[in-house]
Design a binder for this molecule. Structure first.
Ligand code: ZN
Length: 223
């Protein structure tokens, strides 16, 4: 799908998924810009890591402060007084869900993109391992894509390279892109703010590390 003459904007948290997407975008587009958000997350270190990864990747990086997003809805990623759900509760979102996060981020990204004549927007959401977050699902992204186009009379294309793949295949994608080590050691996905392989026991680490071990085992068996 090479589009050498076009630019992509990647919504970039500096975690495993968006970093994999950043390098996917580098392979598929002539130019890439990464946009990170400060949204009141407890671990603002992720923003510094995102900047460092963007620098290493040689892409333009910008950070925007949208702290109001984290304060609007109660959640354990921005509010230290709430104990983090370790598992997805029955019939509801875990309290690590930041209500409206992807809606706000992608809407802001679209306005930012429009100002710069960019119509490709890349996000690392995945329905496969969606952890109960409704705004990671394909129906939401497709619906928002239509809404953004109608809202701004534009032809945005929201790209979701990870939508239908699990964490194991996300690691495989990073490896195919030649950035397995960057994704493994330079990113932070951990809810407890530990870089690389993380704390090992929070829900984000479990998902990430299970996928990694599965991928590394597959790779070993095939070599
Ligand atoms: Zn962790």
């Amino acid at each position: 799908m090479m589009r050498n003459d076009e630019t992509a904007l990647v919504v970039f948290s500096g975690g495993q998924d968006s970093t994999t997407c950043l390098f996917w975008a580098k392979k598929n587009f002539g130019k890439v810009t990464a946009l990170s958000f400060v949204y009141g997350q407890k671990h603002v270190k992720e923003v510094a890591l995102a900047e460092a990864i963007a620098l290493k990747a040689g892409v333009e990086w910008e950070c925007m402060d949208v702290s109001f997003v984290g304060n609007l809805g109660k959640n354990s990623l921005t509010d230290s007084s709430i104990r983090m759900d370790m598992e997805k509760p029955e019939g509801t979102c875990p309290n690590t869900f930041v209500p409206g996060r992807n809606l706000f981020f992608l809407s802001i990204a679209a306005v930012y993109a429009r100002e710069r004549g960019i119509n490709h927007i890349v996000t690392g959401v995945s329905q496969t391992d969606f952890s109960g977050y409704p705004d990671c699902r394909d129906a939401f992204i497709k619906s928002l894509n239509v809404t953004l186009n109608l809202a701004m009379e534009e032809q945005f294309v929201l790209h979701t390279p990870l939508m239908w793949i699990d964490k194991c295949r996300t690691w495989a994608m990073a490896d195919e892109l030649g950035v397995l080590d960057i994704v493994r050691y330079d990113t932070m996905t951990c809810y407890n703010g530990v870089q690389g392989d993380g704390c090992g026991h929070c829900p984000a680490c479990k998902l990430r590390n299970d996928g990694l071990h599965k991928y590394l085992a597959c790779k070993k068996n095939n070599s």
